[in-house]
Design a protein around this ligand. Structure first.
Ligand code: F6R
Length: 254
């Protein structure tokens, strides 16, 4: 695991966009594992800019998103399909037929989860998985629990996650209670993982995930077992790592 300090959110976004772009340049038909939430928005904006300048071609890129709210259709403005269209896909030359987000309206969610894992297998796995992190250490919607759930599955969202995501809805009652999420095996089988963290609210999750014990109570801690993880975090998110002399020196500064 390599941890890079970003000066601020813009710097974090540029660094992340550079790494994702490098993946697309090295393998034009790369499979990108993508995330929603506020953290990756700046990186998506930067990639859109580079695409518009003619520097980045998504025509052969394939993508698979981490998760989707159960019960929301793809055209609901808080669905993750809508988010991806709005924040990236509508502005670059990706073929939407090559983009995948779990179907939040599937009549048989368990079958949808199995289908989603098969989609990932059929694409030959994920080359680069982009991740944000929850304040409770969740990745995708793998919430803290007793076991690492392997495959794509339906999850009950914690109150903490629903409260945190309520900022995107008009009230907390509108935040769905369940989601479909890629499992830990899907995430861990990606060739490369890029985790982004911004803001002090993520400081404990970053510290525990990078240096604490590997336990399902902190889902992102499992990333310590992956051989190619890059963490890009701003100073606020690195506060606890910096404070701990033992680990503070593990950061790549610039
Ligand atoms: C989003 C996702 C979540 C978010 C996490 C952080 O697809 O899977 O794990 O990455 O909740 O969200 P933000 O970036 O809004 O702080």
């Amino acid at each position: 695991m390599k941890i890079y300090a970003a000066k601020d959110y813009n710097d974090l976004s540029r660094k992340a966009a550079n790494i994702i772009s490098a993946q697309v340049i090295l393998k034009p038909n790369a499979v990108l594992g993508l995330a929603t939430g506020s953290t990756p928005v700046g990186a998506y904006k930067q990639m859109i800019e580079w695409h518009k300048k003619g520097d980045l071609d998504f025509s052969r890129v394939r993508s698979v998103n981490l998760d989707e709210y159960k019960g929301l259709s793809g055209d609901h403005d808080q669905s993750y399909r809508y988010f991806m269209n709005h924040n990236l896909f509508d502005h670059v030359n990706i073929d939407k037929a090559n983009t995948n987000v779990p179907n939040g309206l599937a009549e048989d969610p368990a079958a949808e989860c199995r289908r989603y894992d098969q989609v990932i297998r059929d694409m030959g796995g994920i080359d680069l998985q982009l991740l944000g992190i929850g304040g409770n250490g969740h990745i995708g919607f793998n919430e803290p629990c007793d076991v690492f759930e392997k495959g794509t599955h339906v999850v009950t969202l914690t109150e903490e996650t629903r409260k945190s995501n309520a900022r995107f809805f008009s009230s907390i009652d509108e935040v769905p209670t369940h989601a479909l999420t890629m499992g830990i095996q899907g995430i861990m089988s990606a060739g490369k993982i890029l985790l982004l963290a911004s803001g002090e609210a993520k400081a404990k999750a970053v510290y525990d995930s990078c240096f604490g014990p590997v336990v399902p109570g902190v889902p992102a801690s499992v990333l310590q077992l992956h051989r190619d993880v890059i963490v890009i975090a701003d100073e606020a998110a690195l506060t606890l790592v910096r404070e701990n002399e033992k680990w503070g020196g593990q950061i790549y500064d610039n």
